[in-house]
Design a protein around this ligand. Structure first.
Ligand code: ASP
Length: 344
């Protein structure tokens, strides 16, 4: 198969994960580990040569839980350089465990309309029916498509096209693990073509000039019968902020409220829902520990962002040196930008 003239240029960055994981023996002794780089992944899918002119960058080779926000700030810088030098679109391959976080970080860090598409695999290349090659092909088809411009960072997986701001991993092993519970996917693939059914508005409130040092932000999921011991430790442990994943529309046990209010007087404390879908309530319940109570005590509403995504936004804002008022404002702007065309 020959490379076709006039194809868009797409850069593929590999970071490791299941899509790149094999072993020496071909058997399963010792398990698979990330070994393949972007060049090997691309070479294993000959159809890619008909879609784009490909540049490959083996950026990291790791399990995705070992990636850091610092890695993502560096990756965003590399992506920006590629866009400045004319690349039409970028694909990032990585482990699926943290795609919901890394893709949202790239959504916040990369500027401009050109597509960044994140993908991976649930079945590694040593298994029957690995999904990596089909996901990589679809991701490049989306990244090379003018229709994908201006949609923010996308996650393409199992022939569905998701907005990074909504997508979550929802299953430990199913290839249909990625879901956007609140908004649904933006589109799908058919016969190698992206179909975009819904356009996500451009995100406002993105952090600007993010430094290399990203302060630590804790994420705490509250559970039935919880007390305030962990909340009381957050500042002493050196965290620069806290995201609380609360029950339902944004509720915590009443006994945790004083510690949260005290902490919110010292650090940004963001209130998110642990449900995984829908938007945080603001004005429905009035009991102690309700969303109204907590917001009136200085907690910042995460809006439609779930806990892990709210933590990414808060971390990157703090990495710009943003103070409490700017953090509150940025959360508001991100939320307003996503729902700007609907009634308040
Ligand atoms: N199970 C993961 C994956 O799907 C491993 C990782 O996230 O690195 O790629």
């Amino acid at each position: 198969m020959t490379v076709q003239a006039g194809l868009p240029q797409v850069t593929v960055f590999s970071l490791g994960g299941t899509i790149a994981s094999t072993n020496d023996s071909g058997g399963d002794a010792g398990g698979v580990t990330p070994r393949l780089g972007a060049r090997e992944l691309v070479d294993s899918v000959p159809q890619l040569r008909e879609v784009a002119e490909l540049e490959t960058v083996a950026f990291r080779r790791t399990a995705s839980g070992d990636l850091t926000l610092r890695d993502l700030v560096s990756l965003a810088t590399e992506i920006t350089k590629r866009f400045e030098s004319g690349t039409a679109g970028v694909v990032v391959t990585q482990g699926t465990d943290t795609i919901e976080e890394t893709s949202f970080a790239l959504d916040l860090l990369v500027r401009g309309p050109r597509p960044v598409v994140v993908t991976g695999a649930m079945r590694n290349p040593t298994l029957a029916g690995p999904d990596g090659p089909a996901n990589l092909l679809a991701a490049v088809q989306v990244a090379a498509s003018p229709q994908a411009a201006g949609l923010g960072t996308l996650v393409v997986f199992g022939d569905e096209i998701h907005a990074a701001r909504f997508v979550r991993k929802t299953h430990t092993s199913s290839p249909a693990t990625f879901r956007s519970l609140t908004a649904g996917p933006l589109g799908w693939m058919v016969e190698g073509r992206p179909r975009i059914a819904f356009r996500a508005p451009e995100l406002q409130g993105k952090p600007t000039a993010v430094g290399d040092e990203v302060p630590a932000v804790a994420l705490l999921k509250l559970t039935i019968g919880d007390d305030s011991r962990l909340v009381e430790q957050v500042a002493a442990l050196g965290y620069a902020g806290l995201v609380v994943e609360a029950f339902g529309g944004g509720h915590v046990p009443a006994r945790v409220v004083p510690a949260l209010e005290h902490l919110a007087g010292r650090l940004p404390v963001v209130l998110a829902s642990r449900t995984g879908g829908g938007e945080l309530l603001r004005e429905t319940y009035g009991f102690p520990g309700s969303e109204r109570d907590l917001l009136s005590r200085g907690l910042i509403p995460a809006g439609f962002l779930d806990g892990p995504k709210a933590r990414i936004l808060l971390s990157l804002l703090l990495a710009t040196g943003a103070g409490p008022a700017s953090v509150r404002d940025a959360f508001e702007q991100v939320n307003v930008s996503v729902t700007a065309h609907t009634a308040a």
